[in-house]
Design a protein around this ligand. Structure first.
Ligand code: SF4
Length: 82
């Protein structure tokens, strides 16, 4: 969260380029305030706070498709055993 109250807010733990490839550099140790905002659809539901933050930074809101594993996206599901 450090850096998020600056004139050009950017958390000092954020790694990468927003809109291209970015991630939290301290994700397992992120503060509780960050843990309280679930990304939209990570757990099957919209997160209004997540959507609001993404839109404020010019990013599209997340969709369920954003959580598909790209290595398995588009492949048919495995057959169910009887
Ligand atoms: S989730 Fe990580 S990068 Fe994002 S605000 Fe929290 S500490 Fe910073």
């Amino acid at each position: 969260m450090r850096g998020t109250y600056a004139a050009a807010p950017r958390c000092t733990a954020l790694q990468g380029t927003v809109g291209e490839a970015a991630h939290c550099g301290i994700y397992p140790q992120r503060p509780s305030v960050c843990r309280e905002v679930a990304p939209s659809w990570e757990f099957g539901a919209v997160s209004p706070q997540c959507d609001k933050a993404r839109l404020a930074h010019g990013l599209a809101v997340l969709t369920p498709q954003d959580w598909l594993d790209p290595s398995t996206a588009g492949t048919p599901p495995l057959p169910q055993s009887a």
